[in-house]
Design a binder for this molecule. Sequence first.
Ligand SMILES: C[S@@+](CC[C@H](N)C(=O)[O-])C[C@H]1O[C@@H](n2cnc3c(N)ncnc32)[C@H](O)[C@@H]1O
Length: 256
Amino acid sequence: MVTRLVEVEQTRGRLAGPPLTPRTAVIWSVLRAELDRRADTDLTVLDVGGGTGGFAVPLAQAGHRVTVVDANPDALAALTRRAADAGVADRVRAVQGDGDALAGLVEPASVDLVLCHAVLEVVDDPVAVVAALAGALRPGGAASVLVAGRAAAVLSRAMTGQLDVAGLLAADSAGTAGPRDTLRRRFAADEAAALLAAAGLEVEELHGVRVLTDLLPAAVGDGQPAALLELELALAAQPPWRDLAAQLHLFARRRA
Ligand SMILES: C[S@@+](CC[C@H](N)C(=O)[O-])C[C@H]1O[C@@H](n2cnc3c(N)ncnc32)[C@H](O)[C@@H]1O
């Protein structure tokens, strides 16, 4: 499914077109399948830590109602401007709040699709946040969760000569390089899947995002962007390549 993404993006109408980059193409491919499955419905979407709206605004442009909960007021201001510029201000709601206290911000079992991208690695309590994501979903609703990959952090530091940092990352049980690390944890694929499963979410798909992109010299990606994108899409679902990706994308569903 993922490898047909370029063709699909160019031929379908409702989701007019977020740019296809190695950072987002795999995720949009998975989301596209869910949006197509629910094509007759304007979905209620919750984007936790949605930042400036890189996913929220295209989803609103596709006709869905999106609430973004984010701790950062500057990000939410940028989101609001972006939604207005895109003509979808009426379908995007910005809520300043803490993902760790999500349960108090969102009505239980009210959401069709919840996004939580690049957030679980920075919150206080990822178990509580995932439980809140699951609690916000209607039965049968879907979760799109993106987390930092543990193996990629070791490889990327080693390949830039930071062997001491790579060693720290490899030895640390949370996959961090210590107190000065910008992230509080990183995940292996099975750890991330287990986190979602423990909250009652059934993981349907698991992909790697940016298997190669961060490891290659910039000139390779700049010189052969289409080839790199195709290769990323081809590797995304295949262990061991999937498990070496900079980020892991999980698509899961609350039991109906
Ligand atoms: C790395 S950015 C990811 C933004 C967006 N989800 C994306 O993938 O492009 C992390 C976002 O999470 C937000 N964030 C961090 N900690 C948070 C928390 N405890 N509760 C809510 N949002 C949080 C930040 O303000 C930031 O917008």
